[in-house]
Design a binder for this molecule. Structure first.
Ligand code: FE
Ligand code: CA
Length: 508
C-alpha cells in the first residue's frame, strides 16, 4: 500500500469513529484526499420538469482497482444552485458513496423549476468537484417553441478523439441523447490512442473501460455542461449480443453473469435514475421524457429483450425464420409500452431514440436482397407491427433517431418497409459515430443505390446529429468532425435535412 492510500484509509477510519453513522452504512467518513477524487468529472441526466439526476464517482486513481478507494463508505455532500457561483443555493444534501457501487454517486434532485439552468458540485472530505451545469425540462403544458438536441453514439476510444463533444459545447443544446456504444468491450485497432486491456468480462474489467473512456476531457466537458439521456447498445456488454446470447454463444447463465457486471458498470458511470439500477442482468432502460408540448422522446432498449438473430450473423439472405411473427426486437412488454407511450402522446413531435437502423435497408448489390441481421431489417415482423401502429394511430410527427452503423443515414420509413408504394409514416436520422471506424463509402453508396427511401448515406465523417426542433419544422444538421485524430478538430455541417410537421418523412 502506498503512502497516498494509507493516508486516505487512515483518515477514513479515524473519522468514522467520531461521526454519527447513517442506518445501513457500516462505516462512513470524510477522508483527507492526497489526490483529486473527482478525476472522472461530474454529469447530469434524465431531466424532468422539476428534477434531474446528478452524478459523480470518487476515483483518485481511476485505472487502479476500486479507483484507488478503500472499501469504506464515504460521505459526499452535493449542492445545487441557481447560479454558477452558488450565491443562490437551491438544494443540498449528503449521500454515501460505497465500494460495492464503485463509490459512484447518483442524486435525484427534485422540487426544481422547469426549463431552467442549474449549477451543481460535490464535496468529499477536503476535496471539491468541478462545477457542472444542467437544465431541467419544460413543464408538460409549456407552449415551448424551440428545442436543441444532439444525438451521439459509438465512441471507440482507440479510434479517435472526442472532438465531436467539444463542438457540442458551442451549440446551446438542451439535451444530449446517446444511443449506445458508450464503451467498447472488445479490443480494437489502436488507430489514434491505445490501451493494453483485453476484452472485458468482469465488473472490474468494465469499470476500467469506463474509467479510461471517461478520462477524456471533451467527454467530461460535455457531461459537465449538458444533461444526457442514454440507452446502451451491444458494446456496453458484448458485440452483437441478443438477450442472453453472447457473440461467442457462451452458456446463457454465464453470459447473464457477464451482462450483470456490464449493466452494473454502466449504471455506476452514468447519470441514470435509481429506477435504472440493474437487478442482476436486468435493468429497465426504456423510458420516456416529455419536453413540454413540443416533443416527447421515447427511449428504447433494443438489446435486452430481443429474439435471437435469424438466418446467421452479418449480412444475410432472408430465410423463413427472419419473418417469424414471434421474433421481437423490443420484447412483447416493451412493444406494448411503446404503443401506449406513442398512443397517449399529445406532443407536436415524437422522437424515438434507439440503437439500430430502422428503415428497410437492402445491403446486397443487384436484384438479390441482403439484410443486416442485427438491425431492424433482421426483425421485419416486429418492425411492421410498429410501422402499422404508426400508420393507423398516427402519433404526431414520428422521427426515429438511430446509430450503430458508424455512418450518417437519412431515411424515409414506409408503412410497409421495403414497399416504396406504401405511405411514408416516419423519418429516420441515423447518426454517425463519435469516433468508431466506419465502413467504406462504397458500401454506403450501395445502400443508397439499393434503397429508394435513403436520402443520404455517408460514412466518411465522424460526428453527431444536431436537431433544432420548432413547432413547424425539425431541422437535422449532420455535424462532421474534420479530423478525428485531433482532440481539437474543427467541425462542419456536412448536410442539413428538414422534416415538416404534418408531412411524414424527410423533406426532399
Ligand atoms: Fe458502434
Ligand atoms: Ca439488392
Amino acid at each position: 500500500m502506498d503512502t497516498k492510500r494509507r493516508t486516505l484509509l487512515a483518515s477514513a477510519i479515524r473519522l468514522a469513529a467520531l461521526g454519527a453513522l447513517p442506518v445501513g452504512v457500516a462505516r462512513a467518513a470524510a477522508p483527507t484526499f492526497t489526490s483529486d477524487p473527482f478525476t472522472l468529472g461530474v454529469a447530469s441526466g434524465f431531466p424532468e420538469p422539476g428534477a434531474v439526476v446528478l452524478w459523480t464517482r470518487l476515483a483518485p486513481e481511476p485505472l487502479a482497482p476500486g479507483g484507488g478507494m478503500p472499501a469504506e463508505a464515504i460521505a459526499v455532500d452535493w449542492e445545487l444552485a441557481d447560479d454558477d457561483r452558488f450565491r443562490r443555493p437551491r438544494r443540498r444534501g449528503r449521500v454515501y458513496a460505497t465500494s460495492d457501487w464503485a463509490h459512484s454517486v447518483h442524486v435525484e434532485v427534485t422540487g426544481l423549476d422547469p426549463a431552467r439552468d442549474y449549477w451543481y458540485r460535490f464535496r468529499a472530505g477536503d476535496a471539491g468537484s468541478p462545477v457542472g451545469r444542467t437544465r431541467t425540462s419544460p413543464a408538460p403544458d409549456a407552449a415551448n417553441a424551440a428545442l436543441k438536441v444532439a444525438v451521439a453514439c459509438c465512441q471507440h476510444y482507440e479510434s479517435g478523439h472526442y472532438a465531436a463533444y467539444r463542438a457540442m459545447l458551442g451549440d446551446d443544446l438542451d439535451l444530449v441523447v446517446h444511443v449506445g456504444d458508450y464503451i467498447y468491450e472488445n479490443r480494437g485497432v489502436a488507430r489514434v490512442r491505445s490501451h493494453d486491456a483485453t476484452e472485458a468480462y468482469t465488473l472490474d474489467d468494465y469499470r476500467w473501460r469506463y474509467a479510461l473512456y471517461k478520462s477524456d476531457p471533451s467527454l467530461q466537458a460535455a457531461h459537465a455542461a449538458l444533461p444526457w439521456l442514454l440507452t446502451p447498445d451491444d458494446h456496453e456488454v458484448d458485440n452483437d449480443y441478443a438477450a442472453d446470447r453472447s457473440e461467442e454463444r457462451d452458456p446463457p447463465e454465464l453470459f447473464l453473469a457477464r451482462r450483470a457486471a456490464a449493466y452494473q458498470a454502466y449504471y455506476e458511470h452514468l447519470p441514470l435514475p435509481r429506477r435504472m439500477v440493474p437487478f442482476g442482468p436486468y435493468a429497465r432502460y426504456y423510458t420516456r421524457r416529455r419536453l413540454g408540448t413540443l416533443a416527447d422522446i421515447h427511449v428504447l432498449d433494443g438489446r435486452q429483450f430481443r429474439a435471437a438473430h435469424a438466418c446467421g450473423m452479418g449480412r444475410v439472405a432472408p430465410c423463413p425464420d427472419l419473418f417469424s411473427a414471434e421474433r421481437s426486437m423490443l420484447g412483447a412488454e416493451q412493444e406494448r409500452w411503446l404503443e401506449q407511450s406513442l398512443g397517449e402522446s399529445s406532443a407536436r413531435w415524437n422522437l424515438i431514440a434507439q440503437q439500430t437502423v430502422f428503415a428497410n435497408m437492402d445491403q446486397m448489390p443487384g436484384p438479390d436482397v441482403g439484410y443486416w441481421s442485427d438491425g431492424w431489417s433482421g426483425y421485419p415482423a416486429a418492425r411492421r407491427r410498429l410501422t402499422r401502429f404508426i400508420a393507423e394511430r398516427r402519433p404526431a410527427n414520428p422521427v426515429i433517431l438511430s446509430g450503430d452503423v458508424h455512418a450518417f443515414l437519412v431515411n424515409d420509413v414506409h408503412a410497409e418497409p421495403g414497399d416504396a408504394g406504401s405511405p411514408i409514416v416516419a423519418a429516420e436520422l441515423v447518426t454517425t459515430s463519435i469516433s468508431s471506424p466506419a465502413p467504406a463509402q462504397s458500401v454506403l453508396d450501395t445502400w443508397k443505390a439499393e434503397n429508394g427511401n435513403v436520402h443520404l448515406a455517408r460514412s466518411d465523417y465522424r460526428g453527431y446529429t444536431r436537431l433544432t426542433v420548432s413547432r413547424d419544422t425539425l431541422v437535422a444538421d449532420l455535424v462532421a468532425v474534420d479530423d478525428v485524430r485531433l482532440a481539437d478538430s474543427r467541425t462542419h455541417v456536412l448536410a442539413s435535412f428538414a422534416v415538416d410537421a404534418g408531412r411524414p418523412g424527410v423533406v426532399s
